[in-house]
Design a protein around this ligand. Structure first.
Ligand SMILES: Nc1nc2c(c(=O)[nH]1)N[C@H]1C(S)=C(S)[C@@H](COP(=O)(O)O)O[C@H]1N2
Ligand SMILES: [Mo]
Length: 260
C-alpha cells in the first residue's frame, strides 16, 4: 500500500519532470535512471514528506497526564486580576451577566453566556502548561471545544486567524496597545485539544487563572493562552491589531508561533 503510493508518486514526479524538461513520456524511464534525475526525485519526495510531517505535526496531541500528576499549586502569571470597574461588576455576580462575543468574518455573530458555553460540546484534559519564563504546572481543564464555536459561527472563507481580546491591560500605554490580546490560526483553532476553559481542576476557573474563560492551546507556550477572554474576532490578518505582531507578548518580541 505504502510502496505503491510511493511508486505512483515517483511516476508522477518523473512525468512532471519529463514535461518540464521538454522530454517525451517515451524517454522518461530511461532518463529517470540517470543519477541526476534520481537525486532530483529523492529531493522532491523528501520535500513532500517534510511538508506532510509538518502538517501532521500540527494535529498531533499534546501529552495528557493523570489526576495524580496535577500540581498542588498552579502558579498564576501576568495579570492575576483585571480589576477594572466593568470586570469587578461581572465578577461580583459570578459572571452571570457576562457574554462572550464572537464576531468579525463570520456568517453568524454570537453572544454566548457561560450557560451557553457549558451546554456546548466539551473536552476535559490534564496537560502541562509551559511558561516561556521556564516553569511548568499541570492542571485539569474543562471547556467548550473551540472547533464547535467556530462551526456554529461559520467563519467566512477569507478568515485566517482568530483574535482573542482580554479584559486586562498589562501595560499602560497612551495608544491602548497594552491591552492583552492573542491570535491563532484556524489549524490550531480546530485542534482536538483547543478549548475555551471554564473549569480548572473540576472547579469554576478562578480570577487569578482567567475567569470566566481562558484559551487552552496545548501545543504552544503559556503566553498564547489568553485569560479573561471577552471577545473573539475572525480576521484575515492581524497587521492592524495592537502593534501588528499578533499578540501582547509578540508585540514585545516573542514569537508568534510558540510551538512546544
Ligand atoms: N489576559 C491575559 N492572558 C494571559 C496572561 C496575561 O497577563 N493576561 N499571561 C500569559 C502568560 S505569560 C502565562 S504563562 C499564562 C499564565 O496563566 P496562569 O495565570 O493560569 O498560570 O497566561 C497567559 N495569558
Ligand atoms: Mo508565560
Amino acid at each position: 500500500m505504502r510502496k505503491s503510493t510511493t511508486v505512483s508518486r515517483r511516476k508522477w514526479l518523473q512525468r512532471a519532470l519529463g514535461a518540464v524538461g521538454g522530454l517525451g513520456l517515451v524517454g522518461c524511464d530511461r532518463i529517470a535512471q540517470s543519477d541526476r534525475v534520481n537525486a532530483t526525485l529523492d529531493w522532491a519526495e523528501g520535500w513532500t514528506h517534510g511538508v506532510q510531517r509538518l502538517l501532521l505535526g500540527r494535529s498531533a496531541l499534546a501529552r495528557e497526564f493523570s489526576d495524580k500528576d496535577i500540581s498542588r499549586e498552579f502558579r498564576a502569571n501576568g495579570t492575576t486580576n483585571p480589576d477594572t470597574d466593568e470586570y469587578n461588576k461581572l465578577a461580583s455576580n459570578r459572571f452571570a451577566d457576562w457574554q462572550l462575543v464572537v464576531d468579525g468574518l463570520v456568517e453568524q455573530p454570537l453572544k454566548l453566556s457561560l450557560n451557553d458555553l457549558r451546554s456546548m460540546p466539551a473536552r476535559t484534559q490534564i496537560t502541562r502548561h509551559d511558561c516561556v519564563e521556564g516553569w511548568s504546572c499541570i492542571a485539569k481543564w474543562t471547556g467548550a471545544r473551540l472547533s464547535s464555536i467556530v462551526q456554529r459561527a461559520g467563519v467566512r472563507p477569507n478568515a485566517k486567524f482568530l483574535a482573542f481580546y482580554c479584559a486586562d491591560t498589562l501595560e499602560l500605554t497612551l495608544d491602548g496597545t497594552g491591552q492583552y490580546y492573542e491570535t491563532i490560526d484556524l489549524v490550531d483553532a480546530l485542534h482536538e485539544q483547543t478549548i475555551l476553559a471554564y473549569d480548572m481542576n473540576g472547579q469554576p476557573l478562578g480570577v487569578a487563572h482567567g475567569a470566566p474563560l481562558r484559551l487552552r492551546l496545548e501545543r504552544q507556550l503559556g503566553y498564547k493562552m489568553a485569560k479573561y477572554v471577552m471577545r473573539i474576532e475572525a480576521v484575515a490578518s492581524f497587521d492592524k491589531l495592537g502593534r501588528g505582531k499578533g499578540g501582547y507578548w509578540e508585540d514585545r518580541g516573542y514569537q508568534w508561533y510558540a510551538g512546544i
